[in-house]
Design a protein around this ligand. Structure first.
Ligand SMILES: NC(=O)c1ccc[n+]([C@@H]2O[C@H](COP(=O)([O-])OP(=O)(O)OC[C@H]3O[C@@H](n4cnc5c(N)ncnc54)[C@H](OP(=O)(O)O)[C@@H]3O)[C@@H](O)[C@H]2O)c1
Length: 271
């Protein structure tokens, strides 16, 4: 697994990390045990960051539970989505409980909700040592201009943005600004864009990808992840899966040396 420095946080993070939306939102012993196996496999494959949120149903609690006893070296990124200071504080306190931690590594303003109102509270938690780093996220590319304003305040250490072979708006301004501001970059939806869930995978399934085999890429999922890793030297990907075999499939992409320009161009030609 390649590790990448998450901007000025200095954290060394697995290039392929793990999202928890849907896949970790489960109830019942058997389902939670299954998530435990996903996490075991991810840790074995070198994943050291998990991204979650209070908005992902049971995901925060399930992540907290399955990480019990093996929390060392694991970076937890969660989020806060609230319209005012009081409800933001309530959510953050609940996150400490659900994740079963005293300190949260990365707290991100989810979908930039009331970020100007919530930021002072986050800075207080950071000053008190309860939150190590602050981030901002949004799934809407239309919010990039507002995100760039937030990035320039210097409050936030990381961004989390949509970026995939079918959704490349981030390349124009956000990624260069993140580099200029020395901010960490987490990539949501690297495989399935929010508004066209299986479109990218379906396109690749229609093509012969054998030209990628010499580089160690054997599946459409790996092709999408390897593409992003080659496009940005800093980005950390957050694919989510509920299938055990796909954990290894996805993390293998984090071991591949950067795809050459010719392979990148061939992939882009499919879209
Ligand atoms: N606003 C925000 O901050 C925001 C918004 C969206 C997402 N996120 C974060 O980003 C993470 C990733 O986003 P996401 O889960 O929406 O999208 P994603 O990781 O791009 O796609 C997940 C989907 O891809 C499937 N999948 C996973 N690996 C695969 C493979 N190798 N081949 C084929 N299909 C595969 C999964 O199905 P199976 O379960 O069947 O494998 C699941 O349906 C989330 O979990 C969350 O942590 C943040």
């Amino acid at each position: 697994m390649q590790y990448r420095t998450l901007g000025r946080t200095g954290l060394h993070v697995s290039a392929v990390s793990m999202g928890t939306w849907k896949a970790f939102d489960v109830r019942g012993e058997q389902a939670i045990e299954h998530v435990g196996r996903l996490v075991t496999e991810a840790l074995t494959c070198g994943v050291n960051l998990f991204d979650t949120a209070p908005m992902y149903g049971e995901a925060e609690s399930v992540l907290g539970r399955v990480l019990q006893g093996r929390r060392e070296g694991v970076i937890i990124a969660t989020k806060v989505l609230a319209s005012d200071r009081t409800s933001a504080q309530r959510l953050i306190e609940a996150s400490f409980q659900k994740l079963q931690v005293e300190v949260i590594d990365l707290m991100q303003v989810h979908n930039m909700a009331a970020w100007r109102t919530v930021a002072p509270l986050l800075e207080e938690y950071k000053a008190a040592g309860r939150i190590r780093f602050l981030g901002i996220t949004d799934y809407r590319t239309s919010m990039f201009p507002e995100m760039m304003t937030a990035m320039q305040t210097g409050i936030f250490d990381t961004i989390q943005i949509p970026y995939n072979i079918g959704e490349r708006e981030a390349e124009h301004a956000i990624l260069p600004l993140a580099q200029q501001c020395d901010m960490g970059v987490l990539i949501m939806t690297p495989l399935c864009p929010i508004f066209h869930r299986s479109q990218l995978l379906r396109v690749l399934q229609r093509h012969n990808l054998s030209f990628l085999e010499p580089y160690g890429v054997t599946t459409p999922g790996q092709a999408l992840l390897a593409y992003l890793l080659a496009q940005s030297e800093d980005a950390v990907l957050l694919p989510a899966t509920s299938r055990l075999e796909r954990v290894q499939e996805n993390t293998t992409a984090g071991e591949i040396a950067a795809l050459p320009q010719q392979a990148i161009a061939q992939l882009e030609a499919f879209f």
